[in-house]
Design a protein. Structure first.
Lengths: 340, 340
DNA sequence: CAAAATACTCAAAACGTTTTGAGTAGCAAA
DNA sequence: TTTGCTACTCAAAACGTTTTGAGTATTTTG
């Protein structure tokens, strides 16, 4: 493991010059830079990150804390995020330190990890409304990026899709197809995104003068979709269309519709929001699922870059991204059935 | 953030003495130590890990690379390990750097992470037979601990259960109950533990003079258990007992047995190996499942400690632990049905 | 009482990098 | 010639810790 000193000794140059040559400073001559570079390559030089960090005060590591739920429902999305994130961070010389939160107190794990004093910042995912982790980190001046949006006017970096628009787009499509009774099988309301979906649903329905009471909010499970859809379908004046929070829920809803002897999309239209998780793919549904689509994987690189840019000094207001999900119409939605 | 220098200045002591006082060196007087400790507490001193690491040459971080399978079957066990591991490492001032392996080459991710030069060692899980990661790390002299056993005579730290004994114990129990036709619904043979289970099964059966051909090796899924059990049960001279690699498989097997109109344990006995994962608990089966039990969570603390001890100089041969799983007999196993 | 041992303390070096402030040489402008 | 650039290079300080080797009182031993 060669050091700057060794390279300097080899070439009769000072450590300073070697350091500058390798870091592309303008005040070193091209001839010298070439020599240094060559020697560095020959000796297999790689900077000692620890030493770099001691002097720069940066650690090159960011933290993420996974909250573990008893139903493990977060598994799939977490894996998806983790995969993309480590790859994206790695491309910018940053590593991910992971901890698992088993506590009731959502802050405690962050405190513990911060005590180590080795993290430059955090990636926060799955926010709840007015997320306490946000308040905690903001108060302490710890940089972070939030995946999603936990409050209307954040003053920190965020990245996510517009979940009220997801609902609005879905309602719009279905109402244009003539649907009047539209059900929403939503995720748990503790999650900020589920709140936004619900809010978007209610206002869009209200604008159209439609009744928005066929709503269920629960964990994203196939069984949740099945049970709630079955229940809604058995009530008087049942929905002719369902908007599902996830493809997993949609698969339960579709099963319920069929168990009731109904057909998709002739009797009931089904659509969902699609995070593009590898296990339940919208395209593999029969008929293929109409979705608002925003691959979770696509969020990883921006999340990593936003955090690192923020660490490098880009102000938060330039790092707040809200995207719109794509609307992809497939076979699972169709015109509302004729009223009898 | 107080430093040693600041504490020294406060008390009129040298950095050396402050450092020694806090680290419990014997050559500092008790009076001084008390003063220093008090000042450190007052100023909220916490050692700068980066500085410590620069001088000690240790980074205080260990790596783990998750291999991502298309079927995501590793999810649950991975989460279990992750949770316990981060907690155990944290207790010894060590952090976990995680990477996700999406490559075909099992080594590439390790190479990449090692290039960073910030890791003290690795935790390897889910070994295959003669695991290439082991060869790679061993060759480079990178410390690691293997969860499980990938070859007969390892010269590196390992921790795991005796999987041949798991099969042997299971076979013994069932044969004592009079079973002669015993099926094994195993995991994928690419995994070292599945190999050991199979080997243990074959030799135990051979010793008893029993036929060991009712064996299926595939991914640990409920559907695998269901399909394979159904198939074995439909053949002439079907098994009267099943040994399942996991409780997930066992649930599939139990469903198959019932779909065939048979009863557990009167017609067919079922037992499984139980990693004690929170989602499929052996005790919640109806009847409760007889198991060889070795909670995955229990492995985390030893794994963390073994690796850190090894980093601190304990030789590998003192860090090779093979445990026996516990045999817990419950209602899902019973005497073999009378021959007709 | 001198010599030796003990108990405690410290200055300085080291880890490998970045950054500061200074310096030298060569050359053009005054 | 002097002054002031430009282009390049370097020694030294800094980051915060651990560790080495030496030193100074104080106490014990002969």
């Amino acid at each position: 493991m060669a050091t700057l000193k060794e390279i300097g000794a080899e070439l009769g140059l000072s450590v300073t010059t070697v350091s500058r040559a390798l870091n592309g400073f303008p005040e070193v001559s091209e001839a010298t830079r070439a020599k240094v570079q060559e020697a560095a390559d020959k000796l297999g030089y790689r900077p000692n990150r620890i030493a770099q960090r001691l002097v720069t005060g940066r650690s090159g590591m960011v933290g993420m804390i996974v909250k573990i739920k008893p139903d493990m429902s977060a598994d799939q999305t977490f894996f998806e995020i983790l995969t993309g994130l480590t790859a994206a961070l790695s491309a910018r010389e940053t590593d991910l330190v992971l901890a698992v939160d088993q506590e009731n107190d959502p802050i405690l794990s962050y405190k513990k990890l911060l005590e180590r004093d080795i993290l430059d910042g955090f990636i926060l995912n799955a926010p709840v409304i007015n997320d306490p982790r946000v308040d905690f980190l903001r108060e302490r001046g710890i940089p972070f990026v939030l995946h999603g949006r936990d409050r209307p006017e954040p003053d920190y970096p965020t990245y996510g899709i517009d979940n009220t628009a997801v609902s609005a787009d879905s309602v719009k499509l279905l109402s244009q197809l003539g649907h009047k009774r539209i059900g929403l099988i939503n995720g748990e309301l503790s999650a900020a995104h589920a709140n936004d979906r619900l809010a978007g649903f209610k206002t869009s329905m209200a604008v159209l003068g439609l009744n928005a009471d066929a709503v269920r909010n629960e964990a994203s499970l196939e069984s949740h979709g099945y049970i709630q859809a079955l229940d809604l379908l058995s009530q008087p004046n049942p929905p002719t269309a369902f908007i599902c929070a996830t493809t997993l829920i949609a698969s339960g809803v579709m099963r319920a519709v069929r168990d009731r002897g109904l057909t998709v999309p002739d009797d009931v239209s089904i659509m969902a929001h699609d995070d593009a998780l590898p296990l339940t793919r919208a395209i593999n549904f029969e008929p293929a699922l109409t979705v608002t689509r925003a691959p979770l994987r696509d969020a990883c690189e921006p999340l990593a870059n936003i955090l690192i840019d923020h660490l490098n000094g880009t102000p938060a207001r330039d790092l707040q991204v809200v995207l719109n999900a794509e609307l992809i119409v497939r076979g699972s939605t169709g015109p509302a059935p004729k009223e009898e």
